[in-house]
Ligand binder design. Sequence first.
Ligand code: ADP
Ligand code: ASP
Ligand code: MG
Length: 439
Amino acid sequence: MQVVKFGGTSVGKPERMKKIANLVLSMEGKKIVVLSALSGTTNSLVKIGDFLLANKTSEASNEIEALEKHYLEFVKELYESAPYQAIGEELVSRYFSLFRLLAAGKFDDRGYRELLAQGELISTELFYHHCQERKINARLLPALHFMSIDENQEPELEKISERLKPILEAMANTNILITQGYICRNHNNEIDNLKRGGSDYTASLIGAAARAEEIQIWTDIDGMHNNDPRVVKKTLPIAELTFDEASELAYFGAKILHPSTIVPAQKYGVPVRLKNTMDEKAFGTLISERGTSGQFKAIAAKDGITAIKIKSSRMLLAYGFLRQVFEVFEKHKTSIDMISTSEVAVSVTVDDDKHLNEIVNELKDLGSIDIDKNQTIICIVGNMLAEKEGVLKEVFQSLAKIPIRMVSYGGSNNNISLLVETAQKEKALNLLNEGLFGL
Ligand code: ADP
Ligand code: ASP
Ligand code: MG
């Protein structure tokens, strides 16, 4: 069994949705097809939700109306026959009535999450009816029946696996099962999601839960590139990556994968293949246990980082100091990405500053605090054995003109992380592209 996930752009136009049906049909064996919302839909739902939370009801109505128009056009082109045109129109009218109902009531966080979930529910239903129209034997597999997260927002892989088993057995005669990416239920059984870009994570969770042969992530680019193609002009696809390398790249900002995608796949050794819907023949990237050589393989960057420096003379020779620091972050469920220490100070970075004020207030008991916002972590991934000479030399030579706030190296053999001001990111990524890859 394979899990094949198609992202927003891959389903964003009627002709692309039709193409995906052909692609899935051409694949052998059983497939669980995970779909994202049509491109732009989740952004639009976020806008509607934000308007409603701010009581801007007329702005929300305008956005709903524009989105509805888009969907009516979409079904017009997707379905060929009159009966399916009618099904399409009914489907759009049903979803948009729900949006208007949600908008008319008392709109809260729960309503917001329910609203966000509709994008994937519509796209899978549209695709399912397209398959029906073409007499393709496919069934809907509702993600809300098996995908769940716990009170810490962590996916419950074992429970997902237990719930999936009988469902998949009951659908044993169908080779194409269509399910929603991104959406799930939380510990209160409410509708929730796996955060933006979460459909990749869904695919990996299902692949791990069902012990699939392979997880394929189909998107709008020919695999993981050596650098961020949104920032750097000349980038190249990488044919193979290890789970560890891909995991670091995803976590540190390579948008092609949700930050946690690799974790479940790696746990059960299920290979992840990245493929391009716009260029099916391109090799893409294979992510597996197996590694290939190459000192520097890729670079990613993660914005929105805050650096916190705790300076304390008490740190000198004091055991237990770091534990006290970490406890403050643990208490506020805020994870630390980078850390660097000296005799008198420790600097850490966080990407979530929701509890920054509380954290800083408590850290003040341990020393004086400096905060730097608008930072970016640049993560260089490859086989950089610490025993090998000159690894850092090339990196620092490339970045000779960029002020570097923090460095982390030696934690693993496949990562060097650097902290720079976000304003320096573009320059730094381009200089590294030239210096490390000669591009
Ligand atoms: P989807 O909608 O299919 O999930 P995304 O937009 O989430 O697609 O991810 C694909 C995009 O990720 C690409 O179009 C590309 O701009 C961006 N991206 C960022 N970093 C990388 C990278 N290192 N390699 C490939 N793509 C990347
Ligand atoms: N539709 C969701 C988003 O835009 C999930 C996804 O596309 O992966 O974030
Ligand atoms: Mg994505």
